[in-house]
Write a protein that binds this ligand. Structure first.
Ligand SMILES: Nc1ncnc2c1ncn2[C@@H]1O[C@H](COP(=O)(O)OP(=O)(O)O)[C@@H](O)[C@H]1O
Ligand SMILES: [Mg+2]
Length: 281
């Protein structure tokens, strides 16, 4: 498997207005993101998730250590355009990401800026809108769409750049449950059917549970990294870093504390129900 993003002992501090006080925000993060994978990043507020995300397409540059995107050192400013083409970013607030008054013009904006020929842009925009299931809304006004629809238009804008990887920083945080579901389904489809690498930053356990791999951050470090089932089974460790676990895991954990023989990794509702059913047999 090829690595699309690699951080090596990444350290970062924001420049401080007060002399001498530069709190360390990323404290030695070493991660390799495999091409084609779906990685969720989970962590308490302030644990450094957004700061890490911004290193993944050179919005921020390391204070120490190195970040490689598609083998390119992000500190090499002569390659910035290649880096931005390889990794697209989607942020929390869809309203801040919409730039045009018509959906399809909005999606065309980024590839136009990247210098994609006009004839190809049409094709890319249609394709991207179909990928996020917003093609029928291509002539609509973005500001009249729901939050989830707006966020899918923002994702289409990134897809139109044909990135190999898409980093989404809490893209569902401002959405209602239906919008959240639609956006997550879209992200999963992009990963599964188009092979786009996905890095999803989220504080929703149920979203993180759907990834192939789950990275947990606390105080600027990676404190857990593995398959969601394995990571969520570390209930006490997660609680120590201020995270709750999915309701299924929490329930099974409590039952185990009471001495019942249930697995901790029955993560989905169905698996959890089956585990409980077995107890009754
Ligand atoms: N632009 C900034 N300037 C100074 N400090 C910042 C800035 N952005 C974030 N921080 C600080 O960096 C730490 C990590 O923030 P962030 O990466 O946003 O964490 P998360 O996304 O996990 O909530 C926090 O202590 C936050 O206050
Ligand atoms: Mg954040």
């Amino acid at each position: 498997m090829e690595t699309i993003i690699k951080t090596e002992d990444l350290h970062f501090s924001y420049p401080s207005p007060e002399e001498g006080t530069t709190p360390v925000v990323l404290d030695g993060v070493s991660l390799e993101i495999e091409e084609g994978s779906f990685v969720a990043v989970l962590g308490h507020n302030g644990s450094g998730k957004s700061t890490l995300a911004k290193h993944m397409n050179a919005i921020l540059l390391p204070s120490g250590g190195t970040v490689y995107v598609d083998g390119i050192d992000t500190a090499d400013d002569s390659r910035l355009l290649d880096i931005r083409r390889a990794v697209g970013m989607v942020f929390q607030n869809p309203d801040n990401q919409i730039v045009a008054n018509v959906v399809e013009e909005d999606v065309a904006f980024a590839p136009e800026n990247l210098g994609v020929p006009p004839a190809e842009i049409r094709q890319r925009v249609d394709d991207a809108l179909k990928a996020v299931n917003m093609y029928d809304h291509r002539e609509h006004a973005p500001h009249l769409l729901s939050g989830g629809q707006k966020q899918r238009v923002a994702i289409a804008g990134v897809i139109a750049m044909q990135p190999r990887c898409i980093v989404l920083d809490e893209p569902t945080a401002m959405l209602d449950p239906i919008g959240r579901k639609d956006v997550l389904r879209t992200i999963k489809e992009l990963n599964r059917t188009r092979g786009v690498t996905v890095v999803l930053i989220t504080h929703h356990m149920d979203e993180a549970a759907q990834a192939d791999r789950l990275v947990v951050m606390a105080k600027g470090r990676v404190v857990a990294d593995g398959a969601p089932k394995a990571v969520f089974s570390q209930v006490e460790e997660l609680r120590k870093v201020g995270l709750t676990v999915p309701q299924t895991t929490a329930l099974l954990w409590e039952l185990r504390q009471e001495g019942l023989d249930v697995p901790l990794d029955a993560l989905s509702d169905e698996e959890c129900a089956q585990a409980l059913f077995k107890l009754l047999q």
